[in-house]
Design a protein around this ligand. Structure first.
Ligand code: SF4
Ligand code: SF4
Length: 169
């Protein structure tokens, strides 16, 4: 199977882009609460400036630890350059809203219901649709990254049909 790993430059390039983006985000961290207001349309992020700043810093660290930007860019480049990569598994399960996949519960947009279920405060808005959140979990690797307890990647069994030999009379 051809994979993005076959193209040697994709992985280092993706990590380089990630390093650039994360450095830029770190430098612009004091403006994070303003960005949160713009991305969510909710002014509470600015009212709670100090808290939003702390949570944004945690989000940034979690983005770095989970290699989110590099992994997604690598996958997208692989698909763009070689056509859709054929998956050898299918993802099954039902979300229990534990919040682990929200950057290990560090995402600045993560909130909790009274009964302890995770909720995304920008769910389904324009920015959320641009992120990989809507397609999580996309594969076995993304399940493993956040130790999602509810989804499993089930290997697809390929069955070869063997034609019966043709009788020649
Ligand atoms: S880690 Fe899995 S179960 Fe938990 S919120 Fe994410 S998708 Fe749902
Ligand atoms: S679903 Fe929402 S809370 Fe979770 S990581 Fe994505 S943006 Fe953050």
């Amino acid at each position: 199977m051809v994979s993005s790993e076959s193209i040697g430059w994709v992985k280092p390039f993706s990590h380089l882009v990630q390093a650039f983006i994360l450095t830029l985000m770190a430098l612009l961290l004091p403006a994070a609460p303003i960005a949160c207001v713009v991305l969510s349309g909710q002014t509470r992020f600015m009212r709670l400036y100090g808290d939003t700043l702390k949570r944004s810093a945690r989000s940034l660290r979690a983005l770095y630890r989970a290699d989110v930007i590099a992994r997604n860019l690598e996958r997208l480049l692989g698909e763009f350059l070689m056509g859709r990569v054929s998956e050898n598994s299918t993802v099954q399960g039902e979300c229990t809203h534990c919040g682990e996949c929200c950057l290990d519960r560090s995402c600045v947009f993560l909130t909790w219901t009274g009964s302890g279920l995770s909720r995304c405060s920008i769910h389904n808005n324009w920015f959320w649709k641009l992120t990989s959140c809507g397609t999580y979990p996309i594969d076995a690797q993304s399940i493993a990254t956040y130790s999602c307890p509810s989804f499993k990647a089930i290997p697809i069994r390929v069955v070869c049909k063997i034609e019966a030999p043709v009788q020649i009379r």
